[in-house]
Design a protein. Structure first.
Length: 240
């Protein structure tokens, strides 16, 4: 039987694969049979055989694979799509498969909310669900532009801690201080269990030290990071 992972299980697998391989590469699997070499076109299941070769050649560089269902349906090759997914699960069990239905979706928080639909990652209580969304909106406007951008400047642009933009540093410090205050006495940011709010917040908070932020002075946030990493199956992000 082909495994279908949803909610926390899927997100944990995707994140674990990205961390283990140090990559965010997602490999698309939408082959065009007319462009296959003659040797592959002659095989009984040419699309599946082609996909196998692509999967094996790219697995060590990828964090997931993404075939588009409509593409295979148009080719009448749904059976070869299923065979491909089974092959990935059996041959490369650490790599998740995102089955694209052809409808685009942008923005990371919208994507993780969509992937978590129907799972325990979205609180059942209406108020706690609203609190979850409140933290997700806050992360996009009051956290990511300052914490993540400061990290980008240091990690990718090679700036020193002293070369960071003062405005971003000031607002990043305030964002992390607010998290320190709000998580005190709580296990998670929204509701009584891990939610999409925690997933949205953990991404750049666990890497804030790479942006020059002192996380050791925020023990409540550090404890939450440890809980979230454990719950999501993530290795520790490193020295904070």
């Amino acid at each position: 039987m082909t495994e279908v992972a949803t909610g926390a299980g899927f997100i944990a697998r995707a994140w674990a694969a990205a961390d283990a391989r140090d990559t965010l590469v997602c490999v698309g699997l939408d082959p065009e049979p007319e462009r296959f070499p003659a040797s592959i076109r002659a095989l009984n299941s040419p699309i599946f055989e082609f996909n196998k070769r692509i999967v094996d050649a790219t697995a060590e560089y990828a964090c997931c694979f993404k075939p588009q269902f409509a593409h295979y349906a148009a080719l009448g090759a749904e059976d070869q799509l299923l065979a491909t997914i089974r092959y990935i699960h059996e041959r490369h069990p650490g790599l998740p498969v995102i089955l694209d239905d052809g409808r685009p979706l942008a923005q990371s928080n919208a994507i993780i909310l969509h992937l978590a639909e129907g799972s325990a990652l979205i609180p059942a209580d209406a108020y706690e669900r609203a609190r979850m969304l409140e933290w997700m909106f806050w992360e996009q406007y009051s956290h990511e532009p300052y914490v993540a951008t400061s990290r980008y400047h240091m990690v990718y642009l090679g700036r020193t801690k002293d070369q960071r933009e003062p405005m971003r540093v000031e607002r990043g410090e305030k964002a992390l201080d607010l998290m320190e205050t709000m998580i005190k006495g709580r296990t998670w940011f929204a509701g009584e269990a891990l939610s999409v709010a925690d997933i949205a917040l953990i991404a750049y908070t666990r890497l804030a030290h790479e942006g020059g932020f002192d996380m050791a002075s925020r023990p409540e946030v550090m404890a939450w990071i440890g809980r979230a990493e454990k719950a999501l199956g993530l290795p520790p992000a490193g020295k904070h």
